[in-house]
Design a protein around this ligand. Structure first.
Ligand SMILES: [Zn+2]
Length: 311
């Protein structure tokens, strides 16, 4: 069965101003590299649908979703951008991108559970893992991965799902939403201290956080993953795995100070895939989070996809 690659042109129409690192060119860099490397032919391209907003209610407070929609519609009608936090702003192209990004995660979940595809990668923006139940922050508006994970639990009736987050920043939004929900296990590794500053003390027993200091390199990260993530994942036996795939822990990325390289992303993906193959019939939905050095991002996504697609 193929690996699906979900994206949509609307995801490129969201921009937060000149020089902002979370820029449309990130998706172009990924596409260009997949074409140039020939990896494109191994993937089944699928168009990300718009999110049915009722589905967002499984992870976000309904008031928040309604207020976000209202604000976005005002922005679209006036053309005036609105800041939601110091580095997160809504522009006229933002709302369709937000709905496509979360829509991709949900559609990918449906396709993987129905057995149409083996696994899926969502090449989307804006990212989602900093969005909490009721707050947009850190370039994120809706929490794509948390919505998809809850959709798998609530609608498809899965009993155990794992969320794996290897972005350089702590996935505080996903933790806010899933902490205490024992149907979900979240394992994360992130630079600490770094934005958003959380994660040092986990909010629930279903959270396995590995805060690591700046300048930690790939070999140490691999050791920590084998010592901490793997036994918990094996014990939990997830029926599906969601990945918050941020590539900003790369050595070349200026938003963090970790030292991962492409081979580390390949290794991490192999470890996750092995768990999925053993316990989850291979079911994985991976969603792009961070990754701001365009070259490193494109090469790292390709390394990740090669493992997912088994090529
Ligand atoms: Zn990040």
């Amino acid at each position: 069965m193929p690996t699906a690659f979900y994206s949509h042109p609307d995801c490129r129409r969201h921009h937060m101003g000149r020089g902002h690192p979370e820029c449309p060119e990130r998706l172009d860099a990924i596409d260009d590299f997949l074409l140039a490397s020939g990896l494109d032919v191994a993937l089944e391209r699928r168009e990300a649908p718009l999110l049915d907003l009722r589905v967002a209610g499984c992870a976000h407070e309904s008031n928040y979703v309604a207020e976000l929609r209202e604000l976005m519609e005002q922005v679209a009608s006036t053309g005036e951008p609105r800041a939601l936090d110091p580095d997160t702003s809504a522009h006229p192209g933002t709302w369709p991108a937000v709905q496509r990004a979360a829509g991709a995660a949900v559609a990918a979940t449906d396709a993987v559970i129905k057995g149409e595809v083996e696994n899926a990668f969502c090449s989307v923006r804006p990212p989602g893992h900093h969005a909490t139940r009721a707050q947009a922050m850190g370039f994120c508006f809706l929490n794509n991965v948390a919505i998809a994970a809850r959709h798998a639990l609530d609608v498809h009736g899965l009993q155990r799902v794992a969320v794996v987050d290897f972005d350089v920043h702590h996935g505080n939004g996903t933790e806010d939403i899933l902490a205490g929900d024992e149907r979900a296990l979240m394992v994360g590794i992130f630079q600490h201290p770094l934005y958003p500053g959380s994660g040092g003390v986990p909010l629930g027993t279903n959270m396995l956080n590995l805060p690591i200091p700046p300048y930690t390199r790939g070999a140490e990260v691999r050791l920590l993953i084998d010592q901490h993530w793997m036994p918990r994942l094996e014990e939990f036996k997830p029926q599906m795995i969601f990945i918050s795939a941020g590539f900003d822990a790369h050595r070349d990325d200026e938003l963090g100070q970790l030292g991962l390289v492409e081979a580390d992303y390949e290794w991490i993906t192999r470890r996750i895939k092995a768990v999925a193959d053993r316990h989850a019939e291979g079911r994985i939905v991976s969603c792009l989070e961070g990754g701001y050095d365009l070259g490193a991002l494109a090469r790292s996504v390709a390394a990740h996809l090669r493992v997912l697609a088994g090529v």
